[in-house]
Design a binder for this molecule. Structure first.
Ligand SMILES: [Fe+2]
Ligand SMILES: [Fe+2]
Length: 407
């Protein structure tokens, strides 16, 4: 009997144990001969490893493409730059660094950095002085009213008797929200074998809480979709957010945490405070981005210097105003310093998911570096860095398929 990662399962391997989800619901029974549809089901439920009855599993070790030493050196240098704000001596960061280099040398991952911001770094020094007077104070930041869809989804989520049709009624009021939702549920993020063409069907298959949470997160982010591309590419922003949500959910499975939807929505919304700056205070936001490009400091540190607050403060205040559940607000507020959080474990999961997303450069929130790593919080989470490999393989597989959300 061997434990095999889902990505390495082969057709006709035999399951040695029942496979159950976090709520102990039976997904696949012992002695089942694995077929491609079973692998898709396992992925859909975030199951990463199963026991199979084979003596010698055909492990597919990551084959390092032969890469010339010069290119490898270049990749290592650029990855060191990406990781410049974390302690590479810590085993977790060491492992993420290794995987980041490995994946880049295999697939030539394109940097998704906002090129405009890099280009603008040149004239940054002059702007640093000239634009200081444009600073805004935290107290002056005005937060938008709650969008009606978010309000209605809040009500549906709070009602344990809400049906698939109740959710569909709210979602279908916004054709663009329904279209994005269907795009995501039909992608490899969920890997469902047949096409899901209606929202009620998506709710039935994927679950009330997950679809409501996904709809809530997407509709909250969607109110910012008209932010101009020269500020931030919203498709990349949503990709960063969705990746953080999905990885948070996958990490829950490793920690046997059952509130997966809460963590998923927290990951989706973790950087929403930045969108307030990009949409309503574009000049100041551009200035902060330029400063970070020039100083090579973390973006949230430049936010603190330029505005007297960070995107986490703005995000918390927005979610409070919109009456989003406190646990989500807690995870969003503490995602860069989970040691201080009321629910440390949950905030640490979102923190780690964000760091993994940054190390893989999936999408962007405007930050150019892997953010600071709270090793105290990570160490108390009790998670082995050896699981990063599986988590990352799963994430890369899911995100390759989604190119754009917003038209
Ligand atoms: Fe952040
Ligand atoms: Fe982030």
């Amino acid at each position: 009997m061997s434990i095999v990662h889902v990505e390495n399962l082969k057709e006709n391997m035999i399951l040695a144990d029942d496979v159950r989800d976090l709520n102990e619901r039976l997904l696949l029974a012992k002695d089942l001969k694995i077929q491609p549809k079973h692998i898709r089901i396992l992925k859909m439920w975030g199951i990463t490893e199963v026991n199979v009855t084979i003596d010698e599993p055909d492990y597919e070790e990551i084959a390092i493409k032969r890469i010339d030493p010069e290119s490898l050196e270049r990749i290592e240098e650029s990855t060191k730059y990406l990781f410049r704000h974390v302690d590479l001596e810590h085993p977790a960061m060491k492992e993420l660094f290794r995987l980041s280099v490995l994946l880049k040398s295999q697939s030539d991952i394109q940097k998704t950095d906002n090129k405009n911001l890099v280009a603008n770094a040149e004239d940054s020094k002059e702007k640093l002085i000239a634009d200081l007077r444009n600073n805004i104070a935290y107290q002056e930041i005005k937060l938008p009213e709650i969008p009606s869809t978010v309000f209605e989804l809040n009500e549906v989520i709070a009602n344990p008797l809400a049906s698939a049709d109740d959710i569909a009624q709210v979602v279908n009021k916004s054709p663009s929200l329904a279209a994005i939702l269907l795009k995501i549920v039909n992608s490899s993020v969920y890997a469902f074998p047949t096409k899901i063409d209606t929202i009620p069907r998506a709710v039935t298959i994927i679950g009330t809480q997950e679809i409501s949470g996904l709809a809530l997160g997407i509709s909250a982010i969607s109110i910012f979709k008209d932010i101009p591309k020269d500020m931030i590419d919203m498709n990349l922003f949503l990709k960063h957010s969705l990746a953080c949500g999905i990885i948070s959910r996958v990490l829950c499975a490793y920690k046997n945490i059952t509130q997966t939807e809460l963590l998923f929505v927290s990951g989706l919304l973790h950087d929403i405070g930045r969108l307030i700056l990009y949409k309503y205070y574009p000049e100041q936001a551009k200035e902060i981005l330029r400063r970070s490009a020039s100083s090579k400091e973390l973006l949230h540190q430049e936010e603190k210097i330029g505005l007297g607050c960070k995107h986490t403060d703005i995000g918390r205040d927005l979610l409070k105003k919109w009456k989003i559940p406190f646990s989500i607000e807690n995870n969003v507020f503490y995602h860069h310093n989970p040691s201080d959080a009321d629910n440390r474990t949950h905030a640490t999961i979102v923190h780690l998911a964000d760091i993994i997303v940054h190390s893989l450069e999936i999408g962007t929130s405007g930050e150019r570096f892997v953010p600071n790593f709270d090793h105290k919080a990570f160490d108390s989470l009790g998670l082995s860095p050896s699981c990063f490999d599986s988590v990352i393989r799963l994430a890369m597989h899911q995100f390759d398929a989604i190119e754009s959300f917003f038209k």
